[in-house]
Design a binder for this molecule. Structure first.
Ligand code: 18C
Length: 256
């Protein structure tokens, strides 16, 4: 049906939202659609063009080396699998600005500037300074979306996209350096059917994760520093953040 977009299809149909118009709607919709059409939960598309830069259990982190005007803007893609949580729970905690500072260890502050609709907002963040570079800030919209399958058999996805934007309340001031990024977290839940008569519990849940990030440092920073940071911070983030969500939800009812 039109209202139930099939994100599992190789070329998904337009993810037209049933939401009435809201600020930035067409940009948000089209970027979300693009990320879903490129989703690869297995990492099989990464063979060849992508370099594996970190591996730990089920987690694999890849990059492609790319530069723009002498600045490193390597795209990063990572896949991971964790037990005990749903994709909805993982995406919800990644998106929810109220819990950002509980897990984001590389920020000095995070402030919501404007809500665009109930699932989307613009956030201003100040990143911890990395010596010897100038401190960075960032300004981005963030949105969360459920992509149900068309039938009970197909996989359903949850997705969060964070993408840099502008806002009249946060103009770029002199000497400020603003990071720009496009980040997507895409999750799929696999449920191991419990023995007949039993309810699904957390041990039946597996969450498949794909995280992608393209970050433009916004101003000069040594290439080696940028590459060391991304190689270290992406695996650290995925490990810490998934543990955080597992911990946070373990005694709570499952959010499917
Ligand atoms: O996706 C993540 N978090 C989201 C919510 O905050 C959001 C943020 C994305 C920001 C990505 C860029 C952050 C880089 C800032 C520098 C941090 C340095 C660490 C300092 C430690 C003291 O979507 C989780 C983000 C996980 C981390 C991804 C890192 C990718 C880094 C890529 C290169 C960064 C270049 C930074 C240049 C800084 C000056 C040397």
């Amino acid at each position: 049906s039109q209202s139930s977009p099939d994100c599992a299809a190789p070329k998904p149909r337009a993810l037209s939202s049933t939401e009435p118009d809201y600020k930035l709607k067409s940009e948000i919709e089209s970027m979300m659609e693009e990320h879903i059409s490129l989703a690869d939960m297995t990492g099989s598309d990464m063979a060849g063009a992508w370099m594996l830069i970190a591996e730990d259990g089920d987690m694999k982190v890849f990059k492609r080396e790319q530069e723009e005007d002498g600045m490193v803007i390597d795209p990063i893609k990572a896949i991971h699998t964790v037990k005990g949580i749903t994709g909805h729970e993982l995406c919800h905690h990644f998106w929810n600005p109220e819990v950002r500072m509980e897990w984001e260890t590389t920020l000095d502050s995070s402030t919501v500037v404007e809500w665009l609709n109930k699932d989307s907002m613009i956030t201003y963040q100040v990143h911890k300074r990395v010596w010897p570079a100038t401190q960075r800030d960032s300004l981005f919209w963030s949105t969360i979306r459920h992509c149900p399958s068309e039938d009970d058999e197909g996989p359903d996805y949850w997705i969060v996209v964070n993408n840099s934007t502008e806002h009249e309340d946060c103009p770029l001031k002199d000497k400020q350096v603003r990071i720009r990024f496009n980040v997507a977290m895409i999750c799929q839940t696999v449920v191991q059917p419990p023995e007949s008569g039993k309810d699904i519990d957390r041990s039946d849940l597996t969450c498949k994760i794909q995280y992608s990030a393209q970050v433009n440092p916004g101003g000069w920073a040594p290439a080696s520093v940028i590459r060391v940071i991304s190689k270290r911070e992406v695996p650290k983030f995925l490990k810490n953040f998934t543990s955080y969500v597992i911990n946070k939800t373990k005694d709570k009812p499952i959010m499917f």
